[in-house]
Design a protein around this ligand. Structure first.
Ligand SMILES: Cc1cc2nc3c(=O)[nH]c(=O)nc-3n(C[C@H](O)[C@H](O)[C@H](O)COP(=O)(O)O)c2cc1C
Length: 221
């Protein structure tokens, strides 16, 4: 298995290339990922901004099979309900069906990922839009940094929130204090197949508005 010295050169990847090819990699090999690799990915994650530069984050590195199993159970519980809606919505759409099959694979093998990162935040979520935006906006830039760093070194990773459906069960599983909120769960490991590749997104012309909502100068009629 590669260790950090084998993959560190990947971090020189051009930024645009990393952004264009950072997609959810769910099919992971169970082979170990060394501590130095995990630490460097997390170090880069923490170069992200936070509201007021508070840096109220904590990152948990889960390697213990028992804890991974509990997170896997939580993920499967949420997925068993969510997949019914997802399957209905994906009917007739081949690319959505492909994603669902990868999500199913991930659900079946969640605990086999060699390492799972849980990104947490201290503090309270205030009910206003501003409160929610500045709370969760203080962790997801770090999550994206983590995903980009993982992409650059070829380490498979996928952002999940399904395992977080029960705050109480997550807190018990991870031994979190009441003041800490788990916001993202990211299984990581070396990809099973091709791994990363170009992402498919709505074209910018379709979603760009000039000055007022609805004024879309680049949209084709
Ligand atoms: C806030 C958020 C929550 C997500 N939660 C899950 C999840 O619980 N399980 C999962 O498999 N993927 C999850 N994803 C990943 C998306 O499904 C994925 O990014 C999307 O399908 C696009 O796929 P791609 O990045 O491979 O192109 C989440 C993504 C975001 C941004």
């Amino acid at each position: 298995m590669p260790d950090f010295s084998d993959v560190s050169a990947g971090l020189q990847m051009p930024l645009a290339e990393a952004m264009q090819t950072q997609r959810a990699v769910r099919r992971l090999r169970p082979d170990p990922v060394d501590d130095e690799t995990v630490l460097e990915v997390l170090r880069l994650a923490t170069k992200a901004p936070t509201g007021g530069n508070m840096q109220g984050w904590e990152f948990m590195v889960i390697r213990d099979p028992g804890v991974k199993h509990q997170l896997a159970r939580l993920n499967r519980q949420a997925w068993s309900i969510y997949r019914r809606f997802a399957r209905r919505a994906a009917r007739g759409n081949i690319s959505q069906a492909r994603i669902l099959s990868a999500v199913q694979w991930q659900a079946d093998h969640f605990e086999d990922a060699p390492v799972i990162i849980v990104c947490c935040l201290h503090g309270r979520v205030w009910p206003s839009t501003m409160g929610k935006a500045s709370f969760f906006g203080s962790i997801f830039p770090a999550v994206q940094n983590l995903l980009l760093a993982a992409r650059a070194i070829g380490l498979g990773a996928a952002l999940t929130t399904l395992p977080l459906w029960s705050r109480t069960l997550v807190r018990r599983t991870l031994g979190l204090p009441h003041t800490l909120t788990a916001c993202a769960v990211i299984p990581m490991g070396w990809p099973m197949g091709g791994g990363y590749g170009p992402t498919t997104r709505r074209p910018i012309e379709e979603i760009l508005h000039l000055d007022h909502y609805g004024t879309r100068p680049y949209a084709s009629e």
